[in-house]
Design a protein around this ligand. Structure first.
Ligand code: EPZ
Length: 421
């Protein structure tokens, strides 16, 4: 899938951010929910889907597998079950989210072939937890011509213990368990809000699913599922990205649609003497004097600090006066943005899973390249507060998870434009 890699963002930093933002459905909820649509021959409609390239790519992949995918405004409908049994190689390499096709393909056709899933270059991204869980349900797994091949005429419910609360593995196994005869328990499951969204959809499709948000999910196999309409949870990472930008630039934003309960770990770092958070009728109002404080973060499974906010917080730390530290425990190489921030004058030392930021309270605009989706978001935040002009390339990465990020921030008064598209 060709991406507008040549597009660039030109940012002139120093503007305060003032205005209103509505947070839409979460990328990381919509992707597995779209895949779940393959489990039914009837229409499955998701409301409030973001207009981002990962969702477009998922729709293309579902279409290549024989599903009819339509978009009407912010609603997307998947229909027609799943006729194919192989993720198209040219698409599966595009992103990690193809791994979600494993379970629905296996359930619908008895066979699923998966090329190595793509996505950001943030680590090895193995699939052993997915595959071990499918084996527990009775699938036979083999490697053929560079593909992982799963086969199962029928799946049988079982207790599955995850060695790590993998988000994707929890979602894949939840989908597979809906078609497994008898009871399945997923023990040590991920507890991210996006899992709850998927569980809610599967329940609406007729599956008996319980325990989401806890480490033990229970599913009673229900065979073929029916159609449904469901709303994905709001995107807590987009919401946190906006809050972090306001904390760095200063200003005041009214955030509609976000759920404060999903933002605790990030808010705990952003709230300091110079900030104020209030809530009126479900709208979060966040004000900041634009003077960040040094902090420490250690990423981990929800509800710990989200790895997807590590790069935006590293940008925040550069504008705090003093030493801040980051420990990235979820992915093994997710510090590529540090070198780009250094081009703006940041002083960051990286050692293994640790990064130490010597915050000088300022950065200078520079030409930088987004290394991945969230690293790109971090660079946008840095550019919004830096002195002078920045040019950010690799915008295709950012478009995977943010709807026209330049419009999001220019609507708040930032001087940011997209060029070269
Ligand atoms: C999901 O990725 C998200 N992506 C990621 O968001 C997010 O960073 C991640 O969860 C953690 O919260 C989507 O939901 C589409 P994992 P996923 O399986 O499912 C290892 C973004 O920017 N692991 O929880 O791939 C894995 O290598 C993206 O929106 C295994 O070892 O994450 C990683 O180190 C980036 N074996 C850790 O577990 C497995 O079988 C967490 O991975 C599976 C995972």
């Amino acid at each position: 899938m060709k991406r507008e890699r040549e597009a660039r963002l030109v940012v002139r930093g120093g503007k305060k951010l003032l205005g209103d933002v509505t947070v839409h459905g979460a990328k990381n909820a919509v992707l597995p929910m779209l895949a779940a649509g393959m489990l039914s021959d009837e229409p499955v409609t998701l409301t409030d889907c973001p207009r981002i390239t990962d969702v477009e790519d998922m729709a293309t992949m579902l279409g290549a597998l024989g599903c009819a995918v339509t978009r009407e405004g912010r609603s997307m409908t998947v229909c027609g079950g799943c006729l194919g049994s192989e993720t198209p190689a040219e698409l599966a390499g595009v992103m990690r989210s193809s791994v979600f096709m494993l379970a629905p393909m296996l359930v619908r056709t008895g066979e699923a072939r998966m090329h190595a899933p793509g996505g950001c270059r943030i680590g090895a991204r193995p699939t052993d937890i997915h595959l071990d869980g499918l084996r527990r349900l009775g699938a036979k797994i083999s490697e053929e011509d560079g593909c992982i091949v799963c086969r199962a005429d029928r799946l049988k419910g079982a207790d599955i213990v995850l060695r790590y609360p993998s988000v994707g593995a929890t979602e894949n196994l939840l989908m597979a368990a809906t078609a497994a005869e008898g009871r399945t328990r997923i023990i040590g499951a991920a507890r991210e809000p996006e899992i709850s969204s998927l569980a809610d959809l599967l329940r609406k499709m007729g599956a008996a699913v319980g325990g989401e948000g806890t480490p033990v999910l229970t599913v009673e196999g229900a065979g073929r599922l029916s159609g449904a309409v469901a709303a994905p949870v709001p995107d807590r990472i987009v919401a946190a990205t906006v809050l972090t930008a306001v904390a760095v630039c200063g200003g005041k934003v009214a955030l509609s649609g976000a759920q404060i309960g999903h933002l605790g770990a990030v808010l705990s770092r952003l709230l300091s003497g110079g900030t104020r958070l209030t809530e009126h009728g479900g709208v979060l109002i966040f004000e900041s004097d634009g003077v960040p404080s040094p902090c420490r973060i250690e990423t981990g499974p929800y509800p710990l600090f989200p790895t997807d906010m590590q790069a935006p917080l590293m940008a925040y730390m550069c504008f705090a006066r003093g030493t801040s530290s980051v420990r990235e425990t979820v992915f093994e190489s997710r510090f590529a943005h540090a070198a780009e921030l250094a081009k703006m004058g940041a002083e960051i030392g990286v050692a293994g899973s640790y990064a130490f930021v010597n915050g000088r309270g300022e950065l200078k605009g520079a030409r930088v390249h987004a290394p991945d989706l969230r690293g790109g978001a971090g660079l946008v935040i840095a550019a919004l507060a830096a002195e002078g002009e920045s040019v950010i390339s690799g915008v295709g990465h950012i478009d995977r998870g943010y709807e026209r990020i330049e419009e999001l921030f220019s609507s708040l008064g930032a001087d940011i434009v997209r060029t070269g598209e």
